[in-house]
Design a protein around this ligand. Structure first.
Ligand code: ATP
Ligand code: MG
Length: 323
């Protein structure tokens, strides 16, 4: 089923989260959305905004974890010219930018305590002061917050203010992880195939039965985001009308890891005083590395390196036993 704009929902668990979202959309209450990374928290937040009477105004999103603490305050509250060095003009903040609409505060658990107190005051008084100003400006916004962390625990360990937690948590919606809503896996996968076939100008119709089975067997710790990335890569790699199981392996990650291991190995061998290796020395080291991975098996190492045995022996400075 397609809910709203491109939201795929088949599983009872996710449908019930969306039903809750639709119900709260009417009101102006603050909402807290919880769920693991990549489950679709922002998708649900946008859905609430789109279903709400505020949908003709903006949906403004701020990722609290992505902006350094000292910039977050001016980002949210705005500032008057001259408020601090570098404030050469007046600037409105996101609280004002979201006027009439929705402010989405993502990764709320990352807010430092000082800013938590300031945000709490805004939620209580519905007024803000730009930095460097004394004028109180009324605001009319709805706040939706999200986190992948356990806020209860953050409250217990005093990393998150309890009063702000209660303010935000008027209504909470948990977005289930993908392994708890397996009915969504294939519909999502097909949706992403369509999406990336269009952007990559390919004609891919779907998956082979083995590929479908493979998708269903995975645990998807990175949830929908991981599935989406995996399908994007498969669409780019696929040469056929249907994606095959081999296209779906997360090889890119493995290759990167292998590269990293090779670099670590070589770095460990490089003398500080002679940082740049000659091509010859580099080749020598790489052969050593490949040999160690293959536990000394020369036949296989030569095959892996794409050279013949004789060349491998020559490079190792040894005579080929049969020569
Ligand atoms: N039900 C869904 N239907 C279609 N696409 C989805 C759905 N859920 C998530 N996505 C896609 O998956 C990706 C991750 O979703 P989103 O950013 O909402 O997750 P998140 O929980 O906010 O993740 P993070 O914790 O990493 O911020 C996005 O590209 C989104 O478009
Ligand atoms: Mg998010």
């Amino acid at each position: 089923m397609k809910e709203g704009r491109d939201i795929i929902a088949e599983s009872p668990a996710f449908l019930s989260a969306l039903a809750m979202a639709r119900k709260v959309a009417e009101s102006c209450s603050n909402v807290l959305i919880t769920g693991e990374s990549g489950t679709g928290k922002e998708v649900v937040a946008k859905f609430i905004h789109e279903q709400s009477p505020r949908n003709s105004r903006g949906f403004i999103a701020l990722n609290c974890a992505a902006i350094p603490d000292h910039l977050l305050e001016s980002e949210l509250f705005g500032y008057a010219r001259g408020a601090f060095t570098g404030a050469t003009t007046n600037k409105i903040g996101l609280f004002e930018e979201a006027e009439g609409g929705t402010l989405f505060l993502d990764e709320i658990a990352d807010l430092e305590l000082n800013l938590q107190a300031k945000i709490l005051r805004v939620l209580q008084e519905r007024k803000i002061k730009r930095l460097g100003e004394n004028t109180l400006r009324p605001i009319n916004i709805r706040v939706i917050a999200a986190t992948h962390e356990n806020l209860h625990r953050a409250v217990q360990t005093k990393k998150f203010r309890e009063d702000l937690f209660f303010r935000l948590n008027v209504i909470s919606i948990n977005v289930p992880s993908l392994r708890d809503r397996r009915e969504d896996i294939l519909p999502l996968a097909n949706h992403f195939v369509q999406k990336f076939s269009i952007t990559n100008e390919k004609k891919i119709l779907g998956f082979t039965p083995a590929a479908n089975e493979f998708l269903m067997q995975q645990q998807w710790p990175g949830n929908v985001r991981e599935l989406e990335n995996r399908i994007e890569r498969a669409v780019v790699l696929s040469m056929n009308s249907h994606i095959e199981m081999d296209d779906l392996h997360p090889q890119v990650g493995a290759l990167t890891l292998q590269k990293q291991n090779t670099l670590n190995f070589i770095n460990g061998k490089v003398d500080e005083s002679s940082k740049i290796l000659s091509m010859e020395e580099m080749t020598q080291l790489y052969i050593e590395y490949a040999l160690s991975l293959n536990k000394g098996a020369k036949e296989k190492t030569a095959r892996d390196l794409g050279i013949d045995r004789k060349t491998l022996y020559r490079k190792l400075g040894k005579r080929h036993p049969t020569l």
